[in-house]
Design a protein around this ligand. Sequence first.
Ligand code: SF4
Ligand code: SF4
Length: 202
Amino acid sequence: MKTLKIGDNTFELAESIINDLKASENLGLLKCIQCGMCTSVCPAASHTDYDPRDIVKRVLDEDESLISDDIIWNCFYCYTCHSVCPVNNSVCEINQILRQKSIEKAEGISKIASFLTYGDSFLELGIGSIPNDFFNDLIKDIGEEYFELKIHLDDIREELGLGTLILPEDDLKNIKKILKKTGFTDRLTMIRRVKIDEEDTR
Ligand code: SF4
Ligand code: SF4
């Protein structure tokens, strides 16, 4: 693959984002006109210093330090920027890819470590579940009803005629195979290992 070059400027970071599996076909990253529409509608930008327009500028400036910058973790993937961009760019997708790069460098692990039990539940049950780390916060936010719901979930499901959450054994085996083949299982192991190492060095 040839690296795009304009004058003396190369766009290796931007190219790596455009060619990432997570990027939409025809992602308009290189067409960004810095109009700031994304920033004007971004809920995260209205409450913090986070600025999606600036994220794109830094990518186009080949600012690799962005990968290690906490600022990329402010986006919560609402896709509002994506829906208004006049050139089909998506800061939402760009952030997803930058975060993956941060995780690959092991720098972003601390940001996602609390989601480990979410990944574990896919391996154990074949479905996602709310991470344990958020349990107390949810009880605080929603109230004791949440705790009651969790405790009596099986009974409530039965009453509603929904059956059990447990998947048939063959389906679970197939899900595990997919998770292994796609690298999900290894990635979960890597995240857990880095988390343990980080805790040991504290
Ligand atoms: S809305 Fe699109 S073109 Fe405008 S600054 Fe944001 S990413 Fe660039
Ligand atoms: S997806 Fe992220 S960058 Fe885009 S509007 Fe939502 S919070 Fe802002």
